[in-house]
Ligand binder design. Structure first.
Ligand code: G1P
Length: 286
């Protein structure tokens, strides 16, 4: 079955990025000159996804504002001869269909995904966490869709995580079936390093069958007292296989200041307009 929809959860508090997130959704923080959530939307579109469902919460209405078409601004830019900028805005305004659903209570990632159930319906869908930005030649979701086509079941995107960081992730127990592809034997959310089933952490990318929704409904609050998507996937695993792909690409955890800074520098150095002068300036700084 074709995967036509992607859910982008953007309802969290953004505590790792306080204090800026007191008044500003972390999904709109810029990476160079585009908000983080724009990278997620582009990854979905470039993977062939037709419809995007963004889960927001109270106080995060500037996300739909950002995606609102801006015809007056475009006209103003054209009148001033700033056609390149106007073209960029026009591309944004023609972005695929975006729908919004609201999570009334911030009960965790699993609950946020559950809020999209009606909009998704009875079909497989992608989930992209906008914190995890991946610089990849082939978009990660496109890479994962190939695995979904092969096995016809849910797929999670994983990466090898350092022992000191493993307690921040959903972690799988893998049975390797081919290079970089693993059958998932178990999933644990935020394990202590001594009990982590491997070093393969889930990094913000999922293709899920719709059976994840009843699994979320049956999931009790877990790590941090929240309803965790990983715990729901562990429940789903009892009735359906799940696969994991170690995708190709460089991932940045932009949901905290350190990862965000690293992403700015790495992506800045590659940027066609700013790269060379940034390299030069960094060289002088260190
Ligand atoms: C969430 C998920 C976790 C996943 C991580 C990836 O955690 O619950 O399983 O590994 O995203 O970034 P959070 O970062 O919201 O604590």
């Amino acid at each position: 079955m074709e995967v036509r929809k992607a859910v982008i959860p953007a309802a969290g508090w953004g505590t790792r990025f306080l204090p800026v997130t007191r008044a500003y959704p972390k999904e709109l923080l810029p990476l160079i000159n585009k908000p983080l959530i724009q990278y997620a939307v582009e990854e979905a579109i470039n993977s062939g996804i037709k419809e995007i469902i963004i889960v927001i919460a109270e106080g995060k209405y500037s996300i739909p504002d950002y995606f609102k078409p801006a015809p007056e601004l475009r006209a103003l830019l054209r009148a001033r001869g700033e056609n390149k900028l106007a073209d960029t805005l026009e591309r944004l305004d023609n972005q695929n269909d975006i729908k919004y659903v609201t999570q009334p209570e911030r009960l965790g990632l699993g609950n946020a995904v559950l809020m999209a159930q009606k909009a998704v319906g009875d079909e497989p869908f992608a989930v992209i966490l906008p914190d995890d930005v991946v610089d990849a030649r082939e978009p990660v979701i496109a890479q994962m869709l190939k695995i979904f086509k092969t096995y016809g079941t849910s797929v999670v995107g994983v990466e090898c995580i350092d022992t000191e960081e493993i307690h921040r992730y959903g972690v799988i127990r893998p049975e390797t079936v081919s290079p970089r592809v693993h059958k998932v034997l178990a999933l644990v959310e935020k394990p202590a390093p001594e009990v982590a089933p491997s070093h393969l952490g889930i990094v913000g990318r999922y293709i899920l069958t719709p059976q994840i929704f009843p699994a979320i409904e049956a999931t009790q609050p877990g790590s941090g007292g929240e309803i965790q998507l990983t715990d729901a996937a562990a429940l789903l695993l009892q009735s359906q296989p799940i696969y994991a792909l170690e995708f190709a690409g460089q991932r940045f955890d932009t949901g905290n200041p350190q990862g965000w800074l690293e992403a700015q520098i790495a992506m800045g150095l590659k940027h066609p307009e700013f790269g060379d002068s940034l390299r030069e300036k960094l060289r002088r700084m260190i």
